[in-house]
Write a protein that binds this ligand. Structure first.
Ligand SMILES: Cc1ncc(COP(=O)(O)O)c(C=O)c1O
Length: 384
């Protein structure tokens, strides 16, 4: 039965397999023994292999050892974790922040702590899987509204008496921003919480890197629940939830993916503190990202490639069928460029794509090489 299922995935071009990274993450990693230019990591600021983060991790290991040894609520919560929480809270200008081991676990933990049987949770149709799974786990009723459509949400929310509206801030596969001001107004009007998962926005957009909330000028009162991840722009691993004193204390009591798991290694928290510091101080990283995305968009428009409206470092090229996305990816790889194809169920049917992402460690010449390689794809493909 499993073999037949795997066979069907292969036939449908939906079979996924792992590539082996042979050294540090970066713009030019060694993958499967070969050096490539990669446009598919989330290491947006180029910090995953940064010497300052590596040194902080080593110092942290000397100080704290390797394993945290216990859950946060037992003896696993170290000075390093606590300092990082305070620094994250200050960064996003909220009273408190709470570390989670991963973004996936943060989203499961928050939604299942705040909503339960008989409640309604409303989510954007294109939300990250962890937000959708959080609602399923909570046993609340989940309603998915059309992507980035506050009008559709507005016409529904009145009947639903929603407890929670949850959305990506910057959508992970499309690179566009949620209409957060409109969502915040709807949430406030209907007495629901608004939860924004800004995994791809924090560190990347907003002048100070405070993400999509900074971009739209939204306050903590308008967006009471903010989730951020640490394995993307900040270069390490883990996640956090930021909000009021009461929210964080509630999560400490009730979020099962916080309570019933070992705290992450303190040395990783030390490395994240270094990443957070660089992400705030080195504004050139964000500026460079903007410039690279713009260079790509200008070049791609000249070539007639099917760009979307995204202006962020996530630049999807929609292929349509999984088969075509795989063919495009293979073509690029022959030219030493890695962009893994993204296929259903990660994205909706018939919207398989190359999800091109830029990093501050890319050079302009890397973007030009990517455009050259894309220009060799057959023109008829762009009608997809
Ligand atoms: C929007 C969004 N939320 C949450 C996550 C999960 O975060 P983590 O990788 O830390 O589990 C991801 C991707 O990984 C994401 O893209």
């Amino acid at each position: 039965m499993l073999a037949a299922d795997l066979g069907r995935l292969r036939e449908a071009n939906l079979y996924r397999s792992r590539r082996i990274l042979g050294g540090r993450q970066g713009a030019r990693p060694v993958i499967d023994g070969r050096r490539v230019i990669s446009f598919c990591s989330n290491d947006y600021l180029g910090l995953a292999g940064h010497p300052a983060l590596i040194a902080a991790l080593k110092r942290g290991a000397d100080l704290y050892g390797v394993g945290s040894g216990a859950a946060h609520l037992i003896t696993g919560h170290s000075t390093a974790h606590h300092a990082l929480e305070e620094e994250l809270a200050a960064f996003v200008r909220r009273p408190r922040a709470l570390l989670f081991s991963t973004g996936y676990m943060a989203n499961l933990g928050v939604i299942s702590a705040l909503a339960g049987r008989g409640d309604k949770v409303l989510e954007d149709r294109l939300n990250h899987a962890s937000l959708l799974d959080g609602a399923v786990l909570s046993r609340a009723t989940l309603h998915r509204y059309p992507h980035a459509d506050p009008g559709a949400l507005g016409s529904r929310i009145g009947q639903e008496r929603a407890r929670l509206i949850a959305t990506d801030g910057l959508f992970s596969m499309d690179g566009d921003l949620a209409p957060l001001a409109e969502l915040a107004a709807l949430a406030q009007h209907h007495g629901a919480w608004l939860m924004v998962d800004d995994a791809h926005g924090l560190g990347v957009i907003g002048n100070c890197g405070r993400g999509s909330l900074e971009h739209f000028g939204l306050t903590a009162a308008q967006v009471p629940i903010l989730v951020g991840t640490l394995g993307k722009a900040f270069g390490t691993f883990g996640a956090f939830v930021a909000g009021s004193e009461e929210l964080i204390e509630t999560l400490i009591q009730r979020a099962r993916s916080y309570v019933y798991t070992t705290a992450p290694p303190p040395a990783v928290a030390e490395a994240t503190r270094a990443g957070l510091d660089l992400a705030q101080r080195e504004t050139w990283r964000r500026e460079r990202l903007r410039a690279l995305a713009q260079r790509f968009r200008t070049g791609a428009a000249r070539l007639g490639l099917p760009l979307t409206t995204s202006e962020t470092p996530i630049q999807p090229l929609i292929a349509g069928s999984a088969k075509r996305a795989v063919a495009w990816s293979r073509h690029l790889e022959k030219r030493g460029i890695l962009v893994t194809p993204i296929r259903p169920p990660t994205v909706p049917e018939d919207s398989a794509r190359l999800r091109i992402t830029f990093s501050a460690s890319h050079e302009e010449a890397d973007v030009d090489r990517l455009l050259d390689a894309l220009s060799e794809l057959p023109d008829e493909d762009w009608g997809a």
